[in-house]
Design a protein around this ligand. Structure first.
Ligand SMILES: Nc1ncnc2c1ncn2[C@@H]1O[C@H](COP(=O)(O)OP(=O)(O)O)[C@@H](O)[C@H]1O
Ligand SMILES: Cc1cn([C@H]2C[C@H](O)[C@@H](COP(=O)(O)O)O2)c(=O)[nH]c1=O
Length: 193
């Protein structure tokens, strides 16, 4: 599990692991959510613009087929790297558990918290079950401290637990913040925006 707020480097870390696995000759499947169209169609993209081809899915059940090819057979996936786990909802948990049972390694990145500061399912469930959890922080755009939180600049009254296309975004609508600066009205120095 690679968890944390927006801008923490979760996708960078996931792509680093994908690169290393490929160097080691392992067969890797990179998966994103179809809501996340920031890198263009069929690509996972970091906030810095680095991107890699990916299969973009909506329904976690679509992943079940990865375990169907017998271990050792040609074409068998050895590592699933999945980003934006928060978009897939709780149904992702049993699917990933089954893939792990089938002998497929799984690396997952996602947001711990919604923009209103509540646990973002299924991250709590995934973190509890994971063998390894890496929790990253971003840089607070007010003071430069480690930022474990984020805020949304847009106020549209939407339910933060139900991800929609309108909530997809980056630096134009979200900011990384430390605990002390979770107030969206906090003044930011220009250089950190
Ligand atoms: N406030 C910030 N704190 C840290 N990194 C930031 C911030 N704003 C922009 N970035 C950029 O975002 C990159 C991380 O992007 P990415 O891996 O897509 O993060 P995540 O997937 O966690 O949202 C950093 O290397 C940095 O260049
Ligand atoms: C906090 C929060 C974020 N989102 C959206 C915004 C982005 O499209 C992704 C997060 O991407 P990142 O790679 O982690 O930066 O999620 C959302 O839909 N709801 C939220 O509460």
């Amino acid at each position: 599990m690679i968890a944390g707020p927006m801008f923490a480097g979760k996708t960078e870390e996931l792509l680093r692991r994908v690169h290393r696995a490929r160097l080691a000759g392992r067969r890797v499947e990179v998966v994103g959510h179809s809501l996340d169209d920031r890198g263009g169609a069929a690509r996972l993209s970091t906030h810095l613009g680095r991107s890699t081809p990916a299969r973009m899915l909506e329904d976690p059940e679509m992943l079940r087929g990865l375990g169907d090819t017998p271990e050792g057979a040609e074409g068998r996936i050895e590592l699933l790297a999945l980003d934006e786990a928060q978009f897939f909802g709780p149904a992702l948990v049993p699917v990933l558990e089954q893939l792990l049972e089938d002998g497929i390694d799984v690396a997952v990145a996602g947001l711990c918290l919604t923009y209103d500061g509540e646990p973002f399912s299924p991250l709590p469930e995934l973190m509890a079950r994971a063998e390894e959890v890496v929790k990253l922080t971003a840089v607070c755009t007010v003071c430069g401290a480690d930022a474990a939180f984020h805020i949304r600049l847009v106020e549209d009254g939407a339910d933060a637990r139900r991800a929609t296309a309108a909530q997809v975004g980056g630096g134009e609508s979200y900011r990384a913040r430390c605990r002390a600066h979770r107030d969206p009205a906090a003044r930011e120095p220009r250089r950190l925006r």
